[in-house]
Design a binder for this molecule. Structure first.
Ligand SMILES: Nc1ncnc2c1ncn2[C@@H]1O[C@H](COP(=O)(O)OP(=O)(O)OP(=O)(O)O)[C@@H](O)[C@H]1O
Ligand SMILES: [Mg+2]
Length: 406
């Protein structure tokens, strides 16, 4: 805790404590950009400060190259930890500590946000698994407070299997897309999951206290319906944004399916509430036997179709699935820029290397014009030749980062 306080305080901007509802220098600051990034005891980094290399004001693209195992993904993951959730590897907090390190991990950044410069910091509480969040030096109540300032969407090599994996990974992907539109979504989701875990624990212990169970179920209903409604809203707008192919990237049909989402499409909200509450009540015995809960938005799924081929995403080729994912992420970023004025940070791990020339050029063109920063990684520098003069290049080796000539 003290460690994070120190690392956030030392870089505090001059406007600390001032009204952050307007850009501090009066400029039209629309995009998100990390100006300084610090990692402490984070995986293979004992101490990294990327500001020493000077992240420039005018460049929106950061390219990190390096050999396998150099630490490229770790940097992107560290940035992802500055948003709510478990980051781009979905890891336990303790696993991020550097092996044999002297203390818990911490990450901080100076961010140009829509409200002007802001200092964000996060790290593991030395006492346990909890993650501490600090915003402009003050401890925030929870991780969801970060969504007020920062949003990030990522693509990693593991996500090449997103359409083949379990529905949990697709739900996490969809929820992350919502964070940039609805800062309260992360908080509602974690409140829903907390109530569900507490109910499951009581049921497992054989507790039959109806008032206690009902209170937890009504929290699940209230939060769960809000979560499902946000997912429906997001997919409806994404579906329109993805309907046409974007250059070499395919058009996609995007929907969400789940008992609560489906009911919201055809019933008034009060009826959906009653139905969900009744299903939870009726399912208590079954949930006591099986754990979790048999009903609710924690079981929903994101369904994607390749429009031109009229093919469900999981039946598309590996390259087609990747192109679909990129199409959704780019459409989402443009949508967020148009509706919220601020697109998310994009963290694209090993994405460029696996694209053909046409798709790679189209991707670079889009991220150049997006307005928020994009972080790209790759083992081969020549993949990024087109970005020479347009991006900042860093090379990683043995946990050290060196700035390269642009
Ligand atoms: N908790 C940890 N403590 C110390 N080192 C770690 C920890 N977790 C992972 N590492 C190491 O960090 C190194 C860099 O990992 P990272 O995934 O960032 O590499 P990369 O540059 O993305 O490689 P690739 O090109 O293979 O994807 C690896 O050697 C890994 O073993
Ligand atoms: Mg990697």
């Amino acid at each position: 805790m003290e460690f994070i306080a120190r690392m956030v305080d030392q870089d505090m901007p001059a406007n600390q404590g001032e009204d952050l509802t307007a850009s501090s220098d009066g400029s039209d600051m629309t995009g998100l950009a990390i100006r300084k990034l610090s990692l402490f005891s984070y995986r293979n980094y004992t101490h990294l400060r990327m500001e020493a290399e000077g992240l420039k004001q005018d460049s929106n693209i950061v390219v990190i190259t390096g050999h396998n195992g150099a630490g490229k993904t770790n940097i992107l993951e560290a940035i992802s930890m500055l948003t709510p959730g478990r980051g781009l590897r979905s890891c336990k907090t303790r696993d991020l500590d550097q092996v044999n390190a002297f203390g818990p991990w911490a990450v901080s950044c100076s961010l140009d946000s829509q409200y002007g410069p802001v200092e964000l910091g996060t790290g593991r509480d030395p006492e346990g698994e909890r993650r501490i969040v600090r915003i402009n030096g003050a401890t925030a109540k929870g991780q969801s407070a970060l969504s007020e300032y920062i949003s990030a969407v990522w693509l990693t090599p593991q996500m090449d299997r997103l359409f083949l994996d379990s529905s949990g990974a697709r739900r996490r992907f969809l929820d992350r897309l919502i964070y940039g539109f609805d800062a309260a979504h992360a908080g509602r989701l974690s409140a829903y999951e907390k109530a569900m875990r507490e109910r499951a624990k009581l049921l497992k212990q054989g507790v039959k206290d109806d008032i206690w169970l009902k209170a937890l179920e009504s929290q699940m209903v209230e939060r769960g319906i809000a979560v499902a409604a946000a997912r429906r809203d997001m997919t409806e707008r994404l579906d329109i944004a993805c309907a046409r192919s974007d250059g070499p990237f395919p058009g996609a049909k995007v929907t969400v399916s789940g008992s609560v989402e489906d009911d919201l499409a055809r019933l008034p909200a009060v009826e959906v509430e009653d139905k969900f509450a009744a299903a939870l009540r009726a399912g208590r015995q079954q949930d006591a036997d099986n754990g979790g809960a048999g009903h609710g938005p924690h079981r929903s799924d994101l369904d994607v179709m390749h429009l031109e081929k009229n093919m469900p995403a999981h039946l598309c080729s590996t390259g087609e699935q990747k192109a679909l994912l990129i199409a959704i992420v780019l459409a989402h970023a443009k949508l967020q820029a148009a509706e919220r004025g601020v697109p998310p940070l994009l963290l694209l791990d090993e994405v460029a290397a696996h694209l053909d020339q046409k798709k790679r050029s189209a991707l670079f063109e889009t991220i150049e014009s997006l307005g928020s920063q994009t972080w790209l990684t790759g083992t081969e520098p020549n993949v990024f030749d087109e970005l020479k003069g347009k991006a900042q290049f860093f090379h990683v080796e043995n946990g050290k980062v060196k700035k390269q000539a642009a």
